[in-house]
Design a protein. Structure first.
Length: 143
C-alpha cells in the first residue's frame, strides 16, 4: 500500500496519469501539474469516526487534519485541481464504492483515501492522559 502511494505520488510529480484497463494493464500519458486532478478522501465521517487514538482523538479528526495538510501541499506545489471529499453519514464503509465512483466522475488522475489504522483490543496497554485511562499499542520489536 505505501509503495503504491509512493509510486502514485512519483507519477503525479512528473505529471503522469495512468488509467487502469480491464486486462490489468494501464494506459499512461503526461499531463501538466496544473491539469492533473487529485482527489483527497477523508476516511470515515463525523458519525462514523473510526478508531480512537491513545490521546482520545477520533480517527476522522486525524484524517481530516492530514487530508487538509496533503491538499495544502498539493496546491503549494502546483497542482491546480486538488479537491477534498468529506463523507457524512453513519456508515462510511458502505460509501467506499460511492467515494471512488465520485472520484472517477470527477476524472481523478490520483485518488488518495486517508486512514489511520487500529489494532486488536487485546494488544492494547493502558495509559493515563489528562486524568483518563486511554489505550495504546507498542511493539518494542519494531522500534
Amino acid at each position: 500500500m505505501a509503495c503504491r502511494l509512493a509510486i502514485a505520488f512519483a507519477a503525479a510529480t512528473i505529471g503522469m496519469s495512468c488509467i487502469a484497463t480491464t486486462d490489468a494493464s494501464a494506459t499512461c500519458k503526461f499531463k501538466a501539474k496544473k491539469d492533473f486532478i487529485v482527489i483527497v478522501d477523508v476516511g470515515h465521517s463525523d458519525k462514523d469516526s473510526g478508531q480512537i487514538s491513545a490521546r482520545g482523538v477520533k480517527e476522522y479528526d486525524l484524517n481530516l487534519k492530514l487530508a487538509r495538510r496533503v491538499l495544502e501541499e498539493l496546491v503549494n506545489t502546483g497542482f491546480g485541481s486538488a479537491q477534498m471529499i468529506v463523507t457524512s453519514g453513519p456508515n462510511t464503509h458502505e460509501s467506499r464504492l460511492q467515494r471512488s465512483k465520485r472520484a472517477n466522475d470527477l476524472r481523478a488522475d490520483l485518488f488518495i483515501s486517508v486512514h489511520h489504522d487500529g489494532v486488536k483490543n487485546e494488544t492494547l496497554m493502558p495509559w493515563q492522559y489528562n486524568g483518563k485511562t486511554h489505550w495504546f499499542y507498542t511493539n518494542p520489536q519494531i522500534e
